[in-house]
Write a protein that binds this ligand. Structure first.
Ligand code: SF4
Length: 441
């Protein structure tokens, strides 16, 4: 159901804002100071002290937080998290926000036969038209009408980089200027993995993440999520279907309604038509989101960013995600894996001298044996604003060996496009520095 969501003194009708599940008023500064007192490295402290300057330059302000969904909030999976309004307006729903059935309903609303809706779905999703003008099977007058209302979700390339391995990283802009990153990663000769974003920025504030340093600018609509897949498919066609991973900017479970609608469109046989098994949703640990994903009853892959098996260390590295205990998180993740008959991936960003010691590996092994889990190690892709560095290959190998010898499947992922600003959020961070002449915090 559509809800009214107020931002910067104006309101828009938006059906996908409903997963903003916090309550009360939380100040970014006070929250960050609290985090900083427990965990700040020198870089963290520098960042906190530069907050007023950033606020001045970007015109940020902290908004009161409230539940937009009517769902119970503040439970185990709803940590109090800061929301920073950067003044970027959420978009009105467009054609790409609709399933084929909803497009058919739209055709009826316009006094047209239902098959026009199916034609629309075919043109938008199966053919991946980049504008309504390409859909010449529709009458020109209808195309003109649809272009103005509800509109076409178009994306533009703001920046594009690629490396020798064939990874292509894009900074994409939507009609209102909001920007996200989307990456096409080669998988063998004929396949690709598309890594897409679910939010503009992210409120989870993981200290090692460039996107987390931005705060949440706005939620993406389902159509904006789908449009990233269509864009990448258009520019990087594959023989087989691509794999989709929600591991770009944002915490997908914090934008759950848009996520679930996007998943419905991506897997609809008359829309994008991907198998649920080809899609992996990653979360920093919002258990409400894992539960809701389970309730969808489709075997989507699930990846949980654990980062470390040590509770206190996790609070320092992922202060907001760690409001849910590791025990509760893994219990929910294991329940998901058992129901879907799939292994859940526990992801660990390995930071030199921080969480890469053999003792960390042994603790992680103990946790990973508790359920249907496998482990993915991701040596840190350092960012300027965080002092952590990437562990050496020997340390990573030793860590992985402990897991393998203990009977846990473990892979090591080299961050795709490391030499092209591969860490999530780095392209946008650089772009914003150019736009606003902002120093690294
Ligand atoms: S690692 Fe993921 S959840 Fe954490 S701040 Fe970055 S985008 Fe958000």
């Amino acid at each position: 159901m559509a809800r009214w969501w107020e931002i910067r003194g104006w309101a828009i009708e938006s059906p996908w804002q409903s997963s903003v599940t916090d309550l009360g008023s939380v100040s970014w500064a006070s929250n960050a100071t609290r985090i900083g007192s427990a965990a700040a490295t020198n870089n963290d402290t520098r960042r906190l002290s530069s907050e007023p300057r950033l606020t001045r330059i970007l015109g940020l302000r902290t908004l009161p937080l409230r539940s937009c969904s009517g769902r119970r909030s503040g439970g185990r999976g709803s940590p109090k998290v800061p929301y920073r309004d950067l003044g970027v307006k959420p978009m009105r729903p467009t054609l790409h926000d609709r399933t084929p059935e909803q497009l058919e309903a739209l055709a009826h609303e316009l006094g047209l036969p239902g098959y026009r809706g199916r034609q629309l779905a075919h043109g938008l999703y199966a053919l991946g038209a980049s504008s309504l003008d390409e859909m010449t099977d529709l009458p020109r007058s209808l195309r003109e009408q649809l272009a103005s209302d509800p509109g076409f979700c178009s994306v533009q390339t703001v920046d594009h980089q690629n490396d020798q391995a064939g990874t292509h990283k894009y900074l994409l802009a939507f009609a209102d200027g909001a920007k996200v990153e989307a990456v096409a990663i080669p998988r063998g000769e004929e396949q690709r993995t598309f890594c897409i974003s679910s939010q503009v920025g992210c409120r989870m504030a993981c200290v090692f993440c460039a996107t987390g340093r931005m705060g949440l600018l706005r939620q993406l609509s389902p159509g904006e999520i789908v449009a990233q897949v269509l864009f990448l498919r258009r520019h990087h066609p594959t023989k087989g279907n691509p794999n989709i991973v929600f591991m770009g900017m944002g915490e997908p479970m914090d934008n759950f309604d848009a996520l679930s609608q996007a998943l419905a469109i991506l897997t609809h046989p008359e829309a994008v038509g991907l198998s649920a098994r080809r899609i992996t949703v990653s979360t920093s640990g919002l258990v409400d989101g894992i539960r809701r994903l389970r309730e969808l009853g489709r075997p989507y892959g699930l990846a949980v960013s654990l980062t470390t098996a040590d509770e206190e260390e996790r609070k320092e590295l992922m202060p907001l995600a760690a409001k849910t205990s590791i025990d509760d998180l893994l219990q929910e993740a294991a329940a998901y894996g058992r129901l879907m008959n799939r292994k859940v991936t526990l992801e660990c960003a390995l930071i030199a001298g921080r969480n890469d010691h053999p003792a960390h590996a042994r603790r992680l092994l103990g946790l990973a044996r508790r359920g249907p889990f496998k482990v993915n190690l991701i040596p840190l892709n350092p960012i300027d604003a965080y002092g952590g560095s990437r562990p050496g290959t020997d340390a990573v190998s030793a860590f992985a060996d402990i897991l393998w010898q203990g009977g846990v499947v473990c892979t090591v992922r080299d961050s795709a496009g490391r030499d092209i600003g591969g860490a999530c959020g780095q392209l946008l961070h650089r772009q914003r520095r150019r736009d606003f002449d902002v120093d690294d915090e």
